[in-house]
Design a protein around this ligand. Structure first.
Ligand SMILES: NC(=O)C1=CN([C@@H]2O[C@H](COP(=O)(O)OP(=O)(O)OC[C@H]3O[C@@H](n4cnc5c(N)ncnc54)[C@H](OP(=O)(O)O)[C@@H]3O)[C@@H](O)[C@H]2O)C=CC1
Ligand SMILES: O=C(O)C1=N[C@H](C(=O)O)C[C@H](O)C1
Length: 248
């Protein structure tokens, strides 16, 4: 049995994850850490892997702490961009035995959508991302949108694709969205959504629309368990569930 500590254990993803881990035959919950708990419990209860679903403003420091303790980490918290990954990589220099697995989205649909988006990216003049989440989400853009934009930006740069055309310069309300890696990203917070995203690609006369919809948190649990099982065999930083999915 691999012993897992869940950080953010009483939150939406924490509760679903604790349930899924306990229902598995090879993983067990060693510690449940939420806002008022002492992270030292993670070490005291002999956890081997830490699953982080705490809010973005505390998660970065907690990941650094876990690395110093020599613990493997699966990072579910959003907002771990390329700069954060570099900080983790720097911390791992003194802990070569530790694996940190940053997973912007545990949904298979979302992982495939991001991969397809990267494939499509060089072939279209225009690209924009619209992410749609529940109104309880504290951060924007979603980690998924951030990751998708980074993949698209990298693919377009490698292919020498020009920036998306955009004549808009009058925007007193800031409604044209944020820009990540040259890609406009729009965040929607509407009751009824759990987690959805569309990537719109366009050239003259045609549109390619890629979309995933995750409706329940339970749909993410196979991905969470896959990441927890994979991370003890990883060293260094790994980003994206596709890294352990043999997608080719
Ligand atoms: N990678 C993925 O597929 C997914 C990622 N996420 C991301 O995971 C994160 C959590 O999402 P979600 O579960 O919906 O959020 P919640 O707000 O429901 O859960 C976060 C939990 O962490 C607790 N918390 C606050 N401070 C600390 C602390 N210092 N130490 C430990 N726990 C703390 C919160 O307590 P309190 O409420 O009292 O502040 C809360 O119980 C977000 O960044 C979200 O974007 C979410 C879904 C899927
Ligand atoms: O906050 C959430 O709920 C979610 N956030 C993730 C993100 O930021 O990408 C995605 C997840 O499926 C839901």
């Amino acid at each position: 049995m691999t012993r897992i500590a869940v950080v953010g254990a009483r939150g939406r993803m924490g509760v679903a994850s604790v349930r899924a881990i306990e229902a598995s035959s090879d993983l067990t919950v060693a510690a449940e850490i939420d806002i008022d708990d002492d992270v030292q419990d993670i070490v005291d209860h002999n956890a081997e892997v830490v699953l982080v679903f705490s809010p973005p403003d505390v998660a970065h420091e907690q990941v650094q702490w876990c690395i110093k303790q020599g613990l493997h980490v699966v990072v579910g918290t959003s907002g771990f961009d390329e700069q954060s990954v570099e900080q983790i990589r720097a911390a791992l220099v003194d802990h070569a035995e530790v694996g940190v697995f940053v997973v912007p989205n545990f949904s298979v649909s979302a992982v495939l959508m991001a991969k397809f988006a990267a494939q499509a990216a060089p072939y279209f003049e225009s690209v924009e991302i619209i992410e749609m989440h529940h109104p309880g989400k504290v951060d924007a853009p979603s980690g998924t949108a951030q990751h998708t934009a980074e993949l698209i930006g990298r693919a377009r740069a490698a292919a020498g694709t020009a920036q998306s055309p955009d004549a808009t310069y009058l925007d007193p309300h800031g409604v044209r969205g944020g820009r990540i890696e040259g890609v406009s990203v729009h965040a929607v917070r509407v009751r009824g959504f759990m987690s959805s995203q569309e990537v719109l690609f366009g050239v003259d006369g045609e549109i390619l629309r890629l979309r995933y919809d995750s409706v329940t948190r339970e749909s993410l649990m196979p991905g969470v368990l896959t990441a927890l099982r994979a991370v003890p065999k990883l060293t260094g930083v790994t980003v994206g569930l596709d890294a352990v999915m043999s997608l080719g």
